[in-house]
Design a protein around this ligand. Structure first.
Ligand SMILES: CC(C)(COP(=O)(O)OP(=O)(O)OC[C@H]1O[C@@H](n2cnc3c(N)ncnc32)[C@H](O)[C@@H]1OP(=O)(O)O)[C@@H](O)C(=O)NCCC(=O)NCCS
Length: 185
């Protein structure tokens, strides 16, 4: 499966993507709001292999360089009957600030609404993760809530959870169809 945009190929992961994956998941800045990854060669080879077997993860390749510069998570939430899909994304900091993540997310959401039976797309992020919620607002998703201390991915030295707040964002099919033309390029 490949989605082609102006600058990107959004496609399934390949095992050979492990080096490009390692290049960004090794960065502290990237993992600030993410679970830890095993960034060893072996860990990244295993991760690329497992991502290549999943339908939920899309590798994002920069057409001009043939390089994988990030990935997007897009998967159906449970229970399936609510037809709701969750969106997530991690990109290589070397390629921040150029709209690549926005371009990839827009393409995947468009693909989803065009080809899958989707009623709603949701995303969550830490309020301190400004780049993340700015991206969601750039594609005109609506902030619907601020969930207090709703999740944790890190623990303190005593092993206790470090609770984080989460912004919840959403967009409905009819809203996407209505606003698509207004999305800032
Ligand atoms: C979240 C993340 C993908 C956002 O990266 P990003 O580079 O800010 O997002 P984009 O690639 O869409 O680029 C947007 C920026 O490029 C600018 N831009 C330049 N050309 C653009 C274009 N053609 N289209 C859109 N934006 C463009 C935008 O103005 C914006 O700039 P700003 O940061 O000054 O507001 C990135 O920070 C990341 O991977 N973080 C680590 C992992 C993470 O936290 N994931 C989210 C967990 S909830």
């Amino acid at each position: 499966m490949i989605i082609e945009t102006e600058r990107l190929l959004v496609r399934n992961f390949k095992e050979e993507d492990w080096k490009d994956l390692q290049e960004y998941i090794i960065e502290e800045e990237v993992l600030k709001f993410e679970s830890d990854w095993d960034s060893t060669d072996e860990g990244c080879k295993k991760a690329a292999m497992s991502l290549s077997q999943s339908n939920a993860f899309w590798a994002v390749e920069l057409k001009t360089k043939g390089k994988m510069i990030g990935h997007v998570y897009f998967n159906q939430a449970m229970p399936k009957k609510f037809l709701s899909w969750n969106l997530g994304y991690i990109f290589n900091p070397k390629y921040y600030g150029k709209g690549y993540a926005t371009e990839a997310c827009k393409a995947i959401i468009q693909y989803g609404f065009d080809n899958l039976q989707i009623h709603r797309v949701s995303a969550r992020c830490n309020p301190d993760n400004i780049k993340s919620w700015k991206l969601l607002e750039r594609i005109l998703m609506r902030r619907e809530g601020n969930l207090k201390k709703s999740y944790f991915i890190k623990r303190n030295n005593n092993g206790d959870p470090i609770w984080w707040d989460e912004y919840e964002y959403g967009i409905l099919r009819e809203e996407w169809e209505d606003i698509e033309y207004k999305i800032i390029e």
